[in-house]
Write a protein that binds this ligand. Sequence first.
Ligand SMILES: *Cc1c(COP(=O)(O)O)cnc(C)c1O
Length: 388
Amino acid sequence: MNYWRIPLADVDIGISEKEAVMAVLDKGWLSMGEVTQAFEQEFAAFIGVRHAFAVSNGTVALHMACLAAEVGPGDEVIVPSLTFVATANAVAYTGATPVFADVSSPQDLTISPTSIAAHITPRTKAIIVMHYGGYPCWMEDILKLAERHGLTVIEDDAHAPGAELIGRRMGNWGLVGCFSFFSNKNMTTGEGGMLTTNNDHIAEKLGWLRSHGMTTLTWDRHRGHAWSYDVVAPGYNYRMDEIRAALGRVQLKKLEANNSHRKALVAQYTHMLRTVIPEVEIPFIGHPGESAYHLMVILLPAAINRVHFMEGMKIFGIQTSVHYPPVHHFSYYRKWLAEQTRALSVTEDAANRVVSLPLFAKMSSGDVEEVTAAIRKVLDKLSNEELR
Ligand SMILES: *Cc1c(COP(=O)(O)O)cnc(C)c1O
């Protein structure tokens, strides 16, 4: 189903996913069970962590991570504003206050360690980092800062499955990593998410939080491993099911190859844009570590009207997007946190000029050429109109 000649994102679903889903249906156990367990073990091994918990989506993963880190009323949690709103909403669910930090520069749209430091108060409990576009945040600096102030670091890894920094995968840096398998992400289960941690105590809490605060699972009782349970906290039903887990196992197997293909597309985009459209800025050139290449973003020249640019691309059948409208500009957060007056000047400048171009596993190099040619035409048209 494509409304666009070239969409912003697209899934890579084939025969293996169909077979995996059919096998679950044939077996007849649909709620969390051995397929989910296998998916968790494979995901934990891939990230290089001791524990992984499959959940219903990335947002609940962030919620559980905050709860496991004992974030609650009266606490402050430092988050980027240039992120999907779920990063901040998860903090709000717990009764804590999100405190927005700036990103580093137009070339580096990850959260700035300097800005984090400037926002630490006696009430700060945790920092949530988000590896924007799949590019790693400055984790060594951020972990040092967190250690010095006794803060917990939670990773929003929604963009970053497979990304790494000095040989260590994202999701294996903070106390907890939170992944999303929404359908526009690098790997998908439709809706879905995963938590990762090396901390046994946190892992125990994540197990209860995911399933009503109960100490045994329906699956354990079904297998005769338990017949009763206690409830140790008012937990949630944030579980994944076997159909999604089956999808996820196949998607995980494809992830490295798909990320490499994304990397090649980004390299081609970068080369073509630099030669054909030198007036656009391309962030993350030479960024440390290995990205998961979730997004291909450019910054338009300040004189270009972005709405007109995106409409121009639409005429060519090319979908573009904005990652992201800054969270601190949304009316709920503006009203609630009006006293957070410190300017986020880099975020605001970048958010005004940023445009995401199509990037997905099944995209071809011909598509990249077509997008680049369209950008050239649209920018020429817009500049001519302005001169008239
Ligand atoms: C997609 C995404 C989420 C939320 O994940 P869902 O699975 O859609 O709930 C959170 N943070 C970021 C940065 C995302 O891109």
